[in-house]
Design a protein around this ligand. Structure first.
Ligand code: K1U
Ligand code: ZN
Length: 173
């Protein structure tokens, strides 16, 4: 298993809709394992395939943050929100593709998500708190949407300019 490079915004691959996973192949299993390695290495609580330049509908998550609590790595293929609460919550979100930038995003507080697991089976679970925020953030990635798309245009432009500058500096070193 290996840590893969994470794409930094702006990148056209982060704005595209990812393709449905038709079959769970060894390649998909290896991709999922690499995504978990990449997420834990970052460190992050989630990661979507387009962030490593793979344009399929795979996300990984582990929102267990409390010390001493067992990790809960999750791999979700073709995740879709099948129910969302009217109640909303606001979270100061970050993104591994937009390092060190944060912004408040309002989303449904509770969501039920259906997905395919790595054995090809159907799964469904209701997520709340940070898990709910994270799964919606990751599904947005699969649809080419970033958390900055929820912010005011001026703030979004400012963050994008910072990222362009960061990428220029990274290319020089
Ligand atoms: O998709 C991503 O870019 C990963 C992102 C997920 C996310 C964060 C916050 C709200 C919604 C979704 C991250 O993991 S950013 C890093 C982060 O939040 C974190 C890192 C270490 C410990 C705890 C949190
Ligand atoms: Zn993100």
């Amino acid at each position: 298993m290996s840590v893969r490079p994470i794409l930094i915004h702006p990148d056209p691959r982060l704005k595209k809709r990812a393709d449905t996973v038709i079959q769970v192949t060894d390649e998909v299993r290896l991709q999922a394992a690499d995504m978990l390695d990449t997420m834990y290495d970052a460190p992050g609580i989630g990661l979507a395939a387009p962030q490593i330049g793979v344009m399929n509908r795979v996300i990984v998550m582990d929102c267990v943050k409390k010390e001493g609590e067992a990790p809960r790595p999750m791999v979700l293929l073709n995740p879709e929100v099948v129910w969302s609460s009217d109640e909303t919550s606001i979270y100061d979100e970050g993104c591994l593709s937009i390092p060190e930038q944060y912004g408040e995003v309002e989303r449904p507080a509770v969501v039920t998500v259906r997905w395919m697991d790595l054995d090809g089976g159907a799964q469904e679970e209701t997520f709340e708190e940070l898990w709910a925020t994270c799964v919606q953030h990751e599904i947005d990635h699969l649809n080419g949407k970033l958390f900055i798309d929820y912010l005011k245009p001026l703030r979004r432009q400012m963050i994008t300019r910072k990222m362009v500058k960061l990428k220029r500096e990274m290319a020089r070193t």
